[in-house]
Design a protein around this ligand. Structure first.
Ligand code: KG4
Ligand code: ZN
Length: 346
């Protein structure tokens, strides 16, 4: 059975060099070369180093994706690449490689907005789980660079209801982890420690919680509150104290994200919600959203853990749906930061 157009996709917007072969929403292969080890010692992504590592990884990753999918260029219907937003030097590597492939093969090349890619992640299927039909929903999009609530009315029809005024949710995890000497990226380690701690041990502020009609977030005050707590009380002196601090911080992030998402869903009458982006891997956030779905009566569609972080399968899936819908392929190299810009390709 054919699932849709066969697309070779490339993603290089930040610190993962990724290539995938998809067929519609079905993922044949998704190869990701992570640069986490390169950037960990600097406590964050160093753009120049990211570009250099994309340059050395891009072709081998592409070859591995095609070889393990057992697919040649002649089997493809199209190509996809993340056109932005992201680090310019990093994006350039993927975009130029994709342009080269398009010139050599004559295949159509779809430039995909990175956040539109993340929106596709809950719908991806593979050998381990079936694909889900792409349908309208409310998306809570939370990553290292973005925190936003997006009303998804259809393919390319995205309305950002609100976003963060300062730090993104993932950025808050990363900054707090740095402050606590927990390394980079901070999300997974805080998530694991939080599971052992008491979320009520320390009360941290929940910014913008009171105004439920404004779907904006702010996390920089929370980061400062954690920093002030550490200045006053010193670094946690035991694993239990560290776990309590992480659980209390994480609870503050989750409470705001979930409260705003619930209010937006109610206001716009969505019957389904997704959570996407690197932070969607967070156990506490997934549990809280699942509880909200059960009590408020909506469907919650979550990505498989392997598709929460940056990957090329989500980029290929967005291109496959665009191709199926008859949308014109184009690459807009300076894609705007806002996902509303993804409408431009329609
Ligand atoms: O989507 P992503 O891979 O890259 C961007 O597009 O930004 O997201 C990376 C972010 C990082 O800030 C990382 O700390 C966070 O996702 N993250 C998590 C978890 N896993 C990754 N945050 C909270 N809990 C996690 N389990
Ligand atoms: Zn991302």
């Amino acid at each position: 059975m054919r699932h849709g157009p066969k697309i070779l996709a490339i993603e290089s917007s930040c610190d993962e060099t990724a290539c995938a072969v998809v067929e519609g929403l079905y993922v044949h292969t998704s190869v990701i070369a992570s640069q986490v080890a390169v950037h960990a010692k600097f406590g964050g992504v160093v753009p120049e180093l990211a570009s250099r590592h994309h340059l050395t990884a891009a072709v081998p990753v592409l070859q591995e994706a095609m070889a393990s999918a057992n697919i040649g260029l002649e089997d493809l219907d199209g190509l996809a690449v993340t056109e932005g937003p992201g680090l310019v030097g990093a994006l350039l590597v993927g975009v130029q490689l994709a342009h080269g492939l398009a010139l050599a093969t004559g295949l159509p090349l779809y430039g995909i907005h990175h956040m539109e890619g993340h929106l596709m992640s809950p719908f991806l299927g593979d050998a381990e789980r079936p694909a889900r039909r792409f349908a309208p929903h409310l998306a809570l999009s939370v990553s290292g660079g973005h925190s936003e609530l997006v009303l998804v009315s259809g393919l390319g029809n995205y309305r950002v209801l609100g976003s963060t005024r300062d730090d993104a949710a993932g950025e808050a995890f990363d900054k707090v982890a740095k402050l606590l000497g927990l390394g980079y990226p901070g999300g997974p380690v805080i998530d694991a420690l939080a599971a052992e701690g008491d979320p009520k041990a320390i009360h941290f502020p929940r910014a913008m919680l009171a105004d439920r009609e404004r779907f904006e977030f702010s996390f920089s005050g929370l980061k400062t509150a954690v920093s002030v707590h550490v200045e006053r009380h010193g670094q946690p002196d035991s694993r239990a104290a560290l776990a309590d601090l992480c659980a209390s911080f994480q609870a503050a992030v989750i409470e705001v994200l979930v409260a705003k998402a619930r209010a937006a869903r109610r206001k716009f009458g969505c019957t389904a919600m997704t959570v996407v982006g690197g932070v969607s891997a967070n156990r506490g956030l997934r549990d809280a959203l699942a509880a909200a779905a059960a009590s408020d009566g909506f469907e919650l569609w979550t990505p498989a853990l392997r598709y929460c972080g940056d990957n090329a399968a989500m980029i290929g899936a967005a291109a496959a749906l665009r191709m199926q819908a008859g949308l014109t392929p184009k690459v807009q190299v300076f894609a705007s930061r806002a996902i509303d810009g993804a409408q431009g390709a329609a």
